[in-house]
Structure formats: C-alpha cells, structure tokens
Design a protein around this ligand. Sequence first.
Ligand SMILES: C[S@@+](CC[C@H](N)C(=O)[O-])C[C@H]1O[C@@H](n2cnc3c(N)ncnc32)[C@H](O)[C@@H]1O
Length: 354
Amino acid sequence: MVPVEIPNGIFYNGDCISGAKEHIPPNTIDLIITDPPYGINGDMLHQHYNRKEQFVVEGYVEVPESEYGEFSYKWIQEAERILRPGGSIFIVSGYTNLYHILYALRQTKLKEINHIIWKYNFGVYTSRKFVSSHYHILYYEKPGGERTFNLESRYGTDEKLPDGSSLNYQDREDVWIINREYKPGQIKNKNELPLALLIKMLQYGSNEGDLVCDLFLGGFSTAKTAIGLNRKAIGFEISNQMFETRIKEIKEIIPGNLLHTLRSPIIKEKENQGKAWTNDEIELLKNRFSQLITNNTTKKEAIKILEEELGRGRWSIEKALNKLDLDIKLKRGRLKGYQLKNDINREVTLSHFL
Ligand SMILES: C[S@@+](CC[C@H](N)C(=O)[O-])C[C@H]1O[C@@H](n2cnc3c(N)ncnc32)[C@H](O)[C@@H]1O
C-alpha cells in the first residue's frame, strides 16, 4: 500500500485492517473518529429525503451483513492496538448492526465513556412507521493514560443562557442535535458526516498537533476537519474511485483553516486555577465545607460558594473533596453530615493531593 503524504496527513488506498497492521505502530494514535460501512444488504443510503444521486460519488464499498460481526471484531482489535493509552475513539453507527460493534468492543479492554445519540434531519423517508433520524456514537477510551477531554473548549462552565441554564452542560449532554449538511450541486460521499459533528468530537477529544485516525475515510471529512483544526490525520479508504476523487481535495486544505470559525468560549479565570493546593487551603476547604453542610447547604451550593472563596474551579474542588475521603450521607438531596472515613481528626496533608 503506497501512502499519499501531505504536510499534515498520510493516507492509504486500501483495507484498513491489513493497512493498519502494516503501517501504524501500536500506541501511537491520540484519537480515532470513524464511521464504518453499515453492513446493510441492499443500499438504503440513496433513500435520504430530497437527494440528487448525480452528485453522490460512486465506489462506496459495503460489507455483507453475514460478515459484519467478524469484520467489526477485526478492525476494532486494530483500533485498540493503535490507540495510545488514554487515547479515545468515537464510532458512528446505525442501529441495524450496532450489536456487532458493541460485541466487538466488549472483547477489547476499551472502556465506555459515553453512548451518544446523534439526532439529524433528512431521515430515511417512511409512511407506515416512524422516521429514523438518529445514529449512535460510541465514545470509548483505551485505559492506562490520561484521556483528553477539553471541558471548556466550546463553552466556559460559567456561560449561561438567559433562563440561567448552562451552555457548557447543554453542549455536553449525550444527545447531539446536529443537522446533516445540504450541499446542493456539490459532490458528496453517500454518508458524509457534517462538519459541526466532526468539529465537536475533535474539540473535546484532541488538541492541536494530535494525531487523528479515520479507518474508513469515505469522503475524507474527518481528515479534512482534523487538518483544518491543526491536527495531523492518517487514514484508509478501500475504494479506489472514492480515494482518487477525495485525495485531490484534501491536498488543497490549508492546515488550521477552520480555526478562525471556532467560537471563543468565555472562560472566567479563577485566581488559583492551575496552582498547587497548599495545606492551609486544604484545611480551609475541609472546615468550610463542613460548616456549609452543617448549615444545611446542598453539596452543589457548597461547591459553588467554595469556588468563589477559594478562587478555584468546580472540578478542582470536587476532586479535592473526593481526595479528602469524606463519608457523605445524602438525605433527600441534602447532605446530612459528613466525617472523615477513618479518623475525623486525621491530619490532611498535601500528599493527598499529589
Ligand atoms: C460510512 S463511509 C465513511 C463516511 C465518511 N465518514 C464521510 O464522512 O465521508 C464508510 C467508508 O468505508 C469504506 N470501506 C469499506 N470497507 C473498508 C475497509 N475494509 N477499509 C477501508 N475502508 C473501507 C467504504 O468504501 C466507505 O467509503
């Protein structure tokens, strides 16, 4: 398999299972975003509402339904091998053969992070049943390292809508409503993923300079978006026709060309954010938390107050509280009281936070 190399990418026209074995060393990929063929006998993909077939690139290679289980097992074994410890994978799947993918994942050490539902428009048209308009996105990680999850890459944790709800929370709910792109008169792959969906996975799951792999490139949309966000891309596409059409386009992509389109999250810098905890601060946290809880403040409210008082973020405070090993008793959403698990007077030292 001869690669086509561009400044931030390397692509192979061939089967991803043998190709990854031959060309990708173990533990090297930061993030995989991939959308395998669906294994649907009889091509239903053309039935999308209002689609003009002359603009759809031919050459999509399907996998027979009868082979789908073994096929899924083989490529998912490769995905596990090439991910670095802490690396993660987003797999986009329809529901017909989802069970094969879930079964294959269960035969690895990959760990589930989320099972996301992607709700889209332009579902397959039906008149005697409900219209299917969702895909599954399986978000897994390879244990053994630090997973990239950029909490505030899109919305700061303090950003609110006028009704007081958190934009960051909403963006991180596991149902994503993202429309497919309507590209009248432009060439497209049979099942091209929308840019907004890819950007979201890339922003949360990777950093600039990271190596992103797509085992099933199709229209190269993952690779194009990754390079557009200044990541490096690697991938495979078995169809010669698809590869030849799309490789020309990817050569034109200027690294980082999408960065200016990203929204800048409003991140309120906390005074002590990123700084190591001191013993005095830990003591203060312990005493103040205890005091608030004793006064019937909920844990959530107490953390909010401590965020302001300690100049630290919510996650940092939650993590610190967890490390204090508090035995928290909840009663109807309120904390009834707490004590240190083993010894209430135990001295809490900095070593608990290292
Ligand atoms: C669902 S499409 C990917 C769509 C892509 N995410 C996009 O946005 O355009 C799956 C692609 O995998 C390709 N494919 C099928 N079997 C393959 C294999 N063994 N190795 C690599 N690519 C394969 C198909 O030809 C098809 O283009």
